[in-house]
Design a binder for this molecule. Sequence first.
Ligand code: ARG
Length: 597
Amino acid sequence: MTDPASALAPRVQAAIVAALGDEFEGADPVIRPFTLKPKKGQQAVPAPAADLQINAAMALAKRAGRPPREVAQAIVDALREQGIDDLATDLEVAGPGFVNVTLADSWVADAAQDLLADDRVGVPTPPAQVIPLDYSSPNVAKEMHVGHLRTTVVGDSLARTLERLGHRVVRQNHIGDWGTPFGMLVEHLLEVGEASEEAALLETDPNEFYKAANAKYKASKDDSAPDSFAARARKRVTLLQSGDPDTLRIWERLLDRSKAYFNRVYTELGVTLTDADLDGESRYNDELGPICEDLERTGVAEISDGALCVFLDGFTGRDGQPLPVIVRKSDGGYGYATTDIAALRHRSLDLDADRVIYVVGAPQNLHFRMVWAATRKAGWLRDKTEPLHVQIGNVLGTDGKILRTRSGDLVSLQSLVDAAIEKAGTVVAESRPDLDEQQRASIAEAVGVGAIKYADLSVSHDSEYVFDLDRMVALTGNTGPYLQYAAARIRSILRRADAAETPGPIVLTEPAERTLALRLLDYGKVVAEVGESLEPHRLAAYLFDLAQAFTGFYEQCPVLKAEPAEVKASRLALCALTLRVLVDGLSLLGISAPEEM
Ligand code: ARG
């Protein structure tokens, strides 16, 4: 790890052993960023007087049988004894037993210099894991709505980040492509004809196709004639389930058109999912019967009110009654949970997963916890497999309610993206009247999509947020376009620099340079944290901080006009490094950084 805390940690551990004895081997050095609370009556936090704080003394004092301040002093003495000048210029015992650490400028400069030479800009490679990642997962013949936008965007960022950390991510787009509605959908497709305009709706306006099929079904539901639409639709379900070749062929046509629709959205959003990542519900269809038989035979499941149920410890309904996973309904049909048990069994046993991650709306949390417990009870979950639900919160309209259209439908993802690109277009037209139309259009697309994604990613994934286009596309504030703009500005500085000037080596002469360099050193640690916590908003917050540190640097330190030449070369190197970290970080969020803005 390239951050200072990681460099300091082994030295402090050695000092603790030297100061307190061998039994303190491996003690946590408790290194934290230096923080100061504002004094009573004081408004702002004073400028930090140090960089890091070693807090181990307070934790170890009792065990060591010595007062904390004395322990802190002993650690400082041991650090000095070992030699610490290369890393820290100042160590000061403060308060109840903190050690305040001021890093050596030369260490910070050298570490930044090393980072510039590092292809991975400090991103570590922890022990590699196999991680099936279930995300996006829209439903066939249904519009992707704003909820799917967030599971898609957050999931894709996690896929990119985990892959960058060296894990083997198996993308699992668990689309809803099976179940009773497919009877009416197939029958409707047959009736309108595969080549008809109505069928083409599957690719452009799938909700309309679904609604038309559903309307026919509802209208004929009570019609007892054996050839009514509803009767034929019900028969189709049976045919589909028994694998009738003709029915399957039409179902596949339906699927193909839906896939074309999903892929168009993914391409437009720059999402890394392809057909190879499909892990639709239908894939597990053949396993559901045998799974139920197994569960019943081994006594994991039992019949209750005609349904086959798995009862689990710790799951009770609101009425206090046990809440089972129903794996086979009393009519013989299998449900969403049965498919998810099959999918988890596959991911754990066949794919040999270390973590199985579900990026799905928060309301499905109970469903997942029950599916995991049932799969574990059946013995189909490896000990090492850890299932995790990344809970996605709602996207709200400016009225504070779930985003819906005037007619009450959930707002489609496509319409949101279109609106964002349009809005970004007006922003770009204002900021860059000098560019031609085509250039502006391509920037507007990157900015519009970046704005939406960043809005999704900059708040913690489980909290709700208000979808406010005006705020999202603004070039100032904590927005995607602000970060894209910071990157474009650095690009323009580097373009204007003399081609003959090679950036670096990095030397630190001004506080703003030091602040920027220190932020840059933290990048790898932040990416690693996202890989653990599965919280992309930490990376977003870091990048926003970095862009602000860059702004501070740029305001206080001229780059192209800097003198002497060494200072200019160093500042160009800081610019180049900032650009690399910004562009890399944005790419992990799935956001592109246009050359110009
Ligand atoms: N298709 C479901 C929906 O739209 C999401 C599926 C999530 N993944 C899973 N393994 N259940 O709500």
